[in-house]
Design a protein around this ligand. Structure first.
Ligand SMILES: *Cc1c(COP(=O)(O)O)cnc(C)c1O
Length: 375
């Protein structure tokens, strides 16, 4: 783990400056290629071709690696590219144990990949101890997502790490909804942590990026992932990396505020008669509360779901009346978002509204929800 506090590390970008000018902000290097001198020696040994040689990408990877307490990190041009980079290491005839009811994009991609490659796929509710303990045999990868999207289930990472070990598999945790600020899955025994950096890490809904961090940089799987990123070219552009770094500087501050506001919103929703359920790991009434408390520190995330007591029609009426929460997919940005997941994912209950709490004033957000629920 880093010896610096995360707020200091990210505010100062680990001390990075633009060396030639002393600028306190690192610059974008748009060049795709770099010259060699008259003896054919590269001008800089670390700059040959930008597919693998971008300093901003390296800086962001270094900071995020420190934040997660890993040995190495790789950025990808989207969260899904990071998911695919890890799961594509499972060979034909292999087996993936995938947490059920998680981010739909991960489920869909994995189902398609497994069907195409003759990989056995077991979708298991890893938040359910009995279901988890019933998994036996051999596997290549166990994939968990905690808190899960959109049900906010908390999964015991240490127990999943033990499961993965018993199957001869590695454990990868999608920690997007937590961010590296409040949870570090590698510390609880995960082998890999994955993030959609599009969400809380960037935090401004203006760049797509994905992250993998490994606990063991020397492993064959990591070597293969690194080689495949280089060879297949799934890299972040210098401009996207700059935006990501710009967003990351305030990540600890944003996450602290958003977690505090999400907690207040969750409590207000739990107390409101028009809401039948609040799904949020920070509520003492939540089935995953004890696990979340053990695995998270400084907050429980900015994502929560509510189920509207009046059912589908009441949920749709309420979402239509919201003024501050923007009706849009995604999460983890400074602006609050709301989504009726059932509209695009029909297995999600039709009374469920997923909320991503931003950095606006929490009383304003609660006021908006209350007026929308009360019509
Ligand atoms: C958004 C998201 C992803 C995919 O990330 P993209 O950056 O959109 O490709 C994966 N997992 C979770 C939990 C997400 O919320």
């Amino acid at each position: 783990m880093t010896d610096k506090n995360l707020d200091t590390l990210f505010a100062q970008l680990g001390g990075a400056i633009d060396a030639p000018t002393g600028g306190v902000v690192p610059v974008i290097q748009p060049a795709t290629t770099f010259v060699r001198d008259t003896n054919n020696v590269p001008t800089s040994p670390h700059h040959l071709y930008s597919r693998d040689d971008d300093d901003l990408v390296r800086l962001a990877e270094d900071l995020l690696c420190q934040a997660e307490g890993g040995e190495a990190a790789l950025l990808f041009p989207s969260g899904m590219a990071a998911v695919a980079a890890l799961l594509r290491t499972v060979p034909t005839g292999g087996r993936i144990v995938l947490q059920s009811d998680i981010y739909w994009g991960t489920t869909k991609w994995t189902r398609d990949y497994c069907a195409r490659r003759n990989v056995t796929l077991d979708e298991v509710d890893l938040a359910n101890t009995e279901a988890r303990d019933a998994v036996t045999g051999k596997a290549d990868v166990v994939w968990a997502e905690t808190p899960s999207n959109p049900y906010l289930k908390s999964v015991d990472i240490a127990a999943c790490a033990a499961l993965a070990k018993s199957l001869g598999a590695v454990l990868c945790v999608d920690s997007t909804a937590a961010t590296p600020v409040i949870s570090n899955p590698l510390k609880h025994g995960a082998d890999y942590v994955m993030h959609s950096a599009t969400k809380g890490i960037n935090g401004h809904s203006d760049v797509l990026a994905g992250l993998l961090v490994t606990a063991e940089a020397a492993s064959k799987r990591w070597t293969d992932i690194r080689a495949d990123r280089h060879d297949a070219g799934a890299v972040l552009s210098p401009f996207a990396a700059w935006l990501l770094i710009r967003g990351m500087r305030t990540m600890p501050l944003r996450v602290e505020r958003m977690c505090a506001s999400a907690m207040t919103v969750a409590e207000a929703m739990e107390a409101h008669g028009a809401v039948s359920h609040v799904l949020y790991p920070g509520l003492a009434s939540d089935p995953g509360y004890d696990i979340a408390k053990r695995q998270m520190s400084g907050g429980f995330g900015s994502l929560l779901s509510i189920r509207v007591a009046g059912g589908r029609q009441a949920a749709l009426a309420a979402i239509g009346r919201l003024k501050l929460f923007k009706r849009a997919t995604s999460l983890g940005g400074v602006e609050s978002l709301v989504e009726h997941r059932h509209t695009i994912e029909d297995t999600v209950p039709d009374d469920l509204l997923r909320l991503s709490v931003g950095i606006e004033n929490a009383d304003d957000l609660i006021g908006d929800l209350v007026q929308a629920l009360e019509g």
